[in-house]
Write a new protein. Structure first.
Length: 395
C-alpha cells in the first residue's frame, strides 16, 4: 500500500507507528467468558476473559486460580452472566467477585464429562462386550502362553506405585470428585488421571498390557466384512480405503489381511473395544453405520446395565439439545438409583454446581466464543515461534 500511495517509508517504520497506537479501551462486558489456556502445557496456565456477545478478548489473567478472577470482577462491575467450565476455582472466583452474576456451565464440557463417565461405565462391564461363544474359556492346552489370565501380576516398585495411584484415583472418583479436580488435587497431568480412571484393574495401566492404537483401527471392521465376502486382494482393499481418504499404508492393510488369513474360519470376530462402545453410546443413532448399530444392539441385549446406561445417555442428550434444564434433577435421581459406575458419580457431581449446570442446559450462552479465542491464541503463539526469513533478519 505504501508503494502504491507513494509513501517513502519502510514496513518496519509503519509497524512501529501501528504498535505505538494506544490499545482500544474496552468496556466491561455484560456476558463474560472464562477459560484457561496453557503457556507451557502441564506447568504454566493462564486465564483468558472474553466478551460473550462480541467474542473478542477482554483481558488475560496470569493464573487460573480463583483470586485473580475475583479481583478482576471486583474492579470491573457490571458482569451479569459468566460462562465457564466446571473448574471449581472459576466457580469460587465468580462467586466472590460477582456474587449477583449468573454462572453458566458450558454444554460442551458437560457432554465431555459425560463421555468420560460412559467410558468408565463401559470398562466396568468389559466382560459383557464378548458374545456368549467368545466367553467360553479355551482348554488349557489351547491357551497361548501369552494369555493374560495366566500371566502373573507385575511386581516391583513401579507396580506398587501404579497400584497405589490406581486405588487413589478410583477412591476420589467414588467420593464424587471430577477427573480435572483430581488432577489439580494430586498435581498430576489430566491425561494421567484419565488413564488411571479408565483402567478397571491397576494391571491395565501398564502400556504393554494395552493394545497400541493404529490408524487402521477404524477401518478394520470394513476389511473384515470385505474379507468375509471373498475379497482378499490387498491391493484392491488398499485402493478402496484410499478412495475414502483413509490415512493408511499398503503395509498396514497387508499385515492385517495376513492375520485374517491365518485365523481359522470358525473363529468368531473380536469383541468391540471399550472405546468403540463408548463412541456408539455417545453418538447420535443416525450417525452410526448400520453394522455399528447392530453390534451395539447385541451388546445392550447381553448387558442390562449398559442398556440402562444407554437410556440415561439418550435422556441427557435430549436435555442438552432441547435445553430442558428443568428436567435435570429428575435425571440425576434416576441415574443415582441405577448405581452405575462412572455415570452415578458424574450425576452426583453435577449437584455441586446445579444452578450453573441448569443454566447451561437452559440458556443460549456457552463458552464457544472463549474456546475460539483460546485457539487463536495458540495459533498466534505457534506462528510467533517460526524463524523469520533472511530478509527480515537483515532488516
Amino acid at each position: 500500500m505504501a508503494t502504491h500511495l507513494g509513501f517513502g517509508a519502510g514496513r518496519m517504520t509503519l509497524l512501529r507507528r501501528v504498535m505505538a497506537l494506544p490499545d482500544p479501551q474496552l468496556s466491561t462486558p455484560r456476558v463474560l467468558g472464562v477459560d484457561d489456556f496453557a503457556i507451557r502445557r502441564g506447568q504454566t496456565y493462564s486465564t483468558v476473559l472474553t466478551c460473550g456477545e462480541a467474542h473478542h478478548v477482554v483481558d488475560v489473567l496470569p493464573t487460573r486460580e480463583a483470586g485473580p478472577l475475583a479481583a478482576w470482577l471486583t474492579t470491573h462491575p457490571g458482569v451479569e452472566i459468566i460462562c465457564r467450565d466446571r473448574a471449581g476455582a472459576y466457580a469460587e472466583g465468580a462467586r466472590l467477585g460477582a456474587p449477583s452474576a449468573l454462572q453458566v456451565a458450558d454444554r460442551f464440557h458437560l457432554w465431555q464429562g459425560l463421555g468420560r463417565a460412559v467410558e468408565t461405565c463401559v470398562a466396568a462391564h468389559r466382560d459383557c462386550l464378548r458374545s456368549p461363544s467368545a466367553n467360553d474359556s479355551p482348554p488349557l492346552a489351547a491357551r497361548s502362553p501369552a494369555d493374560p489370565q495366566d500371566d502373573a501380576d507385575p511386581a516391583g516398585r513401579r507396580a506398587e506405585r501404579k497400584k497405589a495411584a490406581h486405588a487413589l484415583v478410583h477412591e476420589l472418583l467414588d467420593q464424587g470428585h471430577s477427573r480435572r479436580a483430581i488432577a489439580r488435587r494430586l498435581g498430576w497431568g489430566l491425561n494421567t488421571v484419565l488413564r488411571y480412571a479408565a483402567a478397571r484393574r491397576w494391571q491395565d495401566t501398564f502400556r504393554e498390557n494395552r493394545p497400541r492404537p493404529s490408524r487402521l483401527d477404524p477401518y478394520k471392521p470394513y476389511l473384515e466384512r470385505r474379507f468375509a465376502a471373498g475379497c482378499t486382494n490387498v491391493t484392491q482393499l488398499h485402493g478402496e480405503l484410499l478412495a475414502e481418504h483413509a490415512p493408511v499404508t499398503y503395509q498396514m492393510v497387508r499385515a492385517f489381511i495376513a492375520t485374517l488369513r491365518s485365523t481359522p474360519s470358525g473363529t468368531p470376530p473380536p469383541p468391540p473395544t471399550v472405546r468403540q462402545v463408548t463412541g456408539w453410546l455417545t453418538r447420535h443413532p443416525t450417525a452410526l453405520a448400520e453394522q455399528d448399530r447392530a453390534d451395539l444392539k447385541d451388546v445392550l441385549a447381553r448387558c442390562p446395565e449398559l442398556d440402562t446406561a444407554a437410556g440415561h445417555i439418550r435422556d441427557f442428550g435430549e436435555i442438552l439439545t432441547d435445553r430442558l434444564g428443568a428436567a435435570l434433577p429428575t435425571w440425576i435421581t434416576a441415574v443415582d438409583a441405577s448405581q452405575l459406575p462412572g455415570l452415578t458419580g458424574f450425576a452426583l457431581h453435577l449437584l455441586r454446581g446445579l444452578d450453573a449446570v441448569t443454566a447451561g442446559l437452559t440458556l443460549e450462552w456457552s463458552s464457544g466464543g472463549t474456546e475460539g479465542a483460546v485457539n487463536r491464541i495458540r495459533r498466534s503463539r505457534d506462528s510467533s515461534m517460526v524463524v523469520p526469513d533472511s530478509n527480515y533478519s537483515a532488516r
